[in-house]
Design a protein around this ligand. Structure first.
Ligand SMILES: [Zn+2]
Length: 246
């Protein structure tokens, strides 16, 4: 067996294997997304029972194997019990975790995404920020992290600062109201543009602390939906439950 590695990460999903084991998908700072085997994690006496639950965050000691890693031990600093204990929060959390699986890569730096997910879950658990807004903020920050969130400051066609804009799905860009055809795309008010710029420019630890009016929320949500359908080949499975509960 090769030497043990210590990684910081979070369990994104956890699946029972056979009688007593689990296979988990971990998002790690050091190795991006990895698949790991937890031997005996379903035996009540195992120290790995709680550390292989979805959202468990902490340090994992792992051993590289031929196809997968094996978890030796885990030192969990955060279980996100306020999420697991609430049906609606769980639905939101599972959706964020599923998007994280879809947008993460193996053997790549996972630091930025792990931090984004951690602070989004913290915000859900605290319950001060509207859960739907946590979701939209997470999605847009995820696009920013993946280089697919356009700018919302100067109009790409005329170069003037945008006071209001229309987001055109044909270009996946927002153009000022002068440059875009009347009635086309998603109208973005000044406050929606401000919110989108805020999400683009703010580090994840300071991101989940704002509110939006209903109207602005609608504009931001439609923009996020347009970017989601352009950047995913399939709809996340957890979205169906979220739509029922939200
Ligand atoms: Zn323009």
């Amino acid at each position: 067996m090769q030497d043990a590695l210590e990684v910081t990460g979070m369990v994104l999903s956890s699946m029972p294997i056979g009688e007593a084991d689990r296979r988990v998908v971990l998002l790690t700072a050091e190795l991006g997304r990895i698949s790991a085997f937890a031997r005996g994690a379903r035996k009540p006496v195992s120290a790995l029972v709680s550390s292989t639950r979805t959202f468990a965050f902490g340090k994992f000691t792992i051993f590289p194997g031929r196809n997968s890693y094996t978890i030796g031990k885990a030192d969990i600093s955060e279980y996100f019990e306020d999420i697991v204990g609430d049906v609606k929060n769980t639905a939101y959390g599972c959706y964020l975790a599923e998007l994280s699986v879809m947008f993460s890569r193996e053997n790549a730096d996972g630091r930025a995404l792990l931090s984004l997910l951690y602070f989004a879950l913290k915000a859900l658990a605290r319950g001060k920020m509207d859960a739907a807004l946590v979701r939209r903020t997470f999605e847009l920050a995820l696009f920013q992290e993946n280089g697919v969130l356009p700018e919302f400051s100067a109009c790409p066609d005329c170069g003037r600062p945008m006071m209001a804009a229309r987001f055109l799905k044909s270009r996946m860009q927002a153009l000022c109201t002068e440059c875009s055809p009347e009635g086309a795309g998603i109208f973005l008010s000044r406050s929606a543009l401000y919110a989108l710029r805020f999400i683009r420019e703010t580090p994840s630890e300071k991101l989940f602390s704002f509110t939006l009016s209903e109207e602005t929320m609608r504009e931001v949500s439609e923009t996020a939906d347009a970017l989601l359908s352009a950047n995913l080949d399939r709809e996340p499975k957890s979205l169906a439950l979220l739509q029922v509960l939200a």
